[in-house]
Every structure is written in C-alpha cells, then in structure tokens.
Design a protein around this ligand. Structure first.
Ligand code: ADP
Length: 272
C-alpha cells in the first residue's frame, strides 16, 4: 500500500478574496511500512497535505495514487480509503463522546456494520496496541488523564485496522512525560506492525528521535525529503525557515543514540 503524490496542488477558497495556495507541486511517494515525519513551521501546509492522504481534501490539481490507484478516478471507493488511511487529528480527545472508553473505540468498526463481538475484539486489540490499561476500559473517556485520553482516541482509529496511520501533532498540549509516553508507544506500534506511520510535528526533537525519513514543508512546498541525517545536514536552511536549529546539538545526540554516525561542531553538521 503505497501513497504517491504527483504535482499535487491545493488552493483554499479559489476565486475569492481569501484564496490561498496551501500546497504547491508536491511530489512524493511513501512505501508501506515506513515511519515518516512531516515537519514545518505553522502554516507551512502540513495539515493540508495529510488531509489529502485519506481523501478529506481533494487536490485542486495533480494526482494521488493509493496502492497504484488514482483516488480521483471515477468510481474510486473513498470510503474504503478512509478506513485504510486512519487520520488522528490534533487534540483527538475532543472527539471522544461515548459512555465508556470501550464503546468509544468500538464506534468506527460499528459504523462499518461489524457485529458487536467483532467490534469489541477490534477495540480491545487497538487499546492493547496503544498500551491503554484494561482497568479503565469501562471508565468515561472524560475522566481520563490527558495522555490516556489521547491513547483512547488513537485506539479509536486503530480499531479500523488501517494500513496507514497519520498523526497530526499527537503530543500537542501534553507534558514532557506524556509526550515521551505517546511517542514511545507510536514507535512500539510501528515496530510491531507493518503499518505506515506518518507523524506530523513542529518539533525537531520528536522527529529526530523516531522517524526513518523526514519531509520538510515550507510555504506549501516540499523543501527537503530524506533520511534524518541528510535533512539535518541542511540545518542552516532549516534555521532560516524557523525550525528549532538552536537545538541542533540535541538533535545530533538523538541521531547518534540511534546509531547514526554523525559529527557535529559549533558551526557544521557533517556525516562522519
Ligand atoms: P500547518 O498544518 O503546517 O500549520 P496548514 O495546512 O494548516 O499548515 O495551512 C497551510 C496554509 O493554508 C496556511 O497559510 C493557512 O493559513 C491556510 N489555510 C489552512 N486552512 C485554511 C482554510 N480552511 N481556509 C483558508 N486557508 C486555510
């Protein structure tokens, strides 16, 4: 299941005074099983881009192929695409609403018309995947801690058994421990399934610690796309577009901790 974008453009409110080209000529391909980070300053086009992955937004120009099929082609099954590409929005806990966690996580599979037994099986499997403690399954989602709420919300998407999981700023608003817990869990999830994971973040640190590949967005364009080591070697350019370059030493340590051989000094970052 690969995702491929060809010359993709997106314009908000075309032909009005509010017209805004949010994506400009995006070309990229994400093979199944990759762990990709999308990074960029606020307004660079990250959210707009990921909403194309599951067809929530339709490109103004260009094409998007999912598993080789043009999703804008006649008769394409958009509903199926939405269940295969699971999108976890920012602050996903705002969408929790059922009486208890298990019912909430069951909501997606239930909507697909699956039996109650199958829904519960999938919900339990999804909650386990995100490390949600069983003792809270029957608790109201509103009584949970911030980190647990977020886990429950991610489980709600996983219960659809997607092939691709897209997370938009999954650590927003969490304390440092909650942030590490969620990201470690996402990493664990990626290691234990063949799911493609696409992590949107504005945090260089989060991205450096986990992903195999980084896509840098800037003003609606793809600025860099490659392995972390390669992308971070352009750190002066990253700094120019407002991406946390002062912490470059930290990033290099994070890469080293993952066994990537890099050399840093005060002014340059080079491959050793
Ligand atoms: P990011 O996720 O990187 O913060 P977005 O994709 O949300 O960026 O936004 C990209 C650009 O599109 C920004 O200039 C933003 O103001 C604009 N934009 C986003 N949503 C809308 C909308 N609904 N209507 C008009 N412009 C929008």
């Amino acid at each position: 299941m690969s995702i491929k974008l060809e010359h993709l453009n997106y314009v908000y409110s075309p032909g009005t005074a509010y017209e805004k080209q949010a994506l400009k000529d995006i070309n990229l391909e994400i093979p199944q099983g990759e762990f990709v980070g999308i990074i960029g300053h606020t307004g660079s086009g990250k959210s707009t881009l990921i909403q194309h992955f599951n067809g929530l937004l339709k490109a103004s120009g260009g094409a998007l192929y999912y598993n080789g099929e043009n999703i804008y082609g006649d008769g394409y099954n958009m509903k199926q695409l939405r269940s295969q590409v699971g999108l976890v929005f920012q602050y996903p806990e705002h969408q929790l609403f059922e009486v208890d966690v298990l019912s909430d996580v069951c909501f997606g599979p239930k909507n697909q018309g699956l039996s109650s037994e199958e829904c519960e099986k999938r919900a339990r499997e999804a909650l386990e995947l995100v490390g949600f403690p069983e003792k809270y399954y029957r608790q109201s989602p509103f009584e949970l801690s911030g980190g647990q709420k977020r886990r429950a919300a991610i489980a709600g998407v996983l219960a659809m058994r997607p092939s691709v999981l897209v997370l938009d700023e999954p650590t927003a608003g969490l304390d440092p421990k909650g942030r590490d817990d969620i990201l470690n869990q996402v990493e664990h999830l990626h290691k234990n399934t063949n799911m493609t994971v696409i992590l949107v973040s504005h945090s260089m640190e989060d991205i450096a610690r986990y992903v195999d590949r980084i896509i840098v967005m800037n003003q609606g364009e793809k600025m860099f796309d490659g392995k972390p080591k390669k992308v971070f070697s352009h750190y002066r350019d990253l700094e120019k577009v407002g991406l946390a370059a002062p912490r470059v030493t930290y990033i290099m340590h994070a890469l080293k901790a993952r066994g990537m051989n890099v050399r840093t000094d005060a002014t340059t970052v080079e491959e050793a």
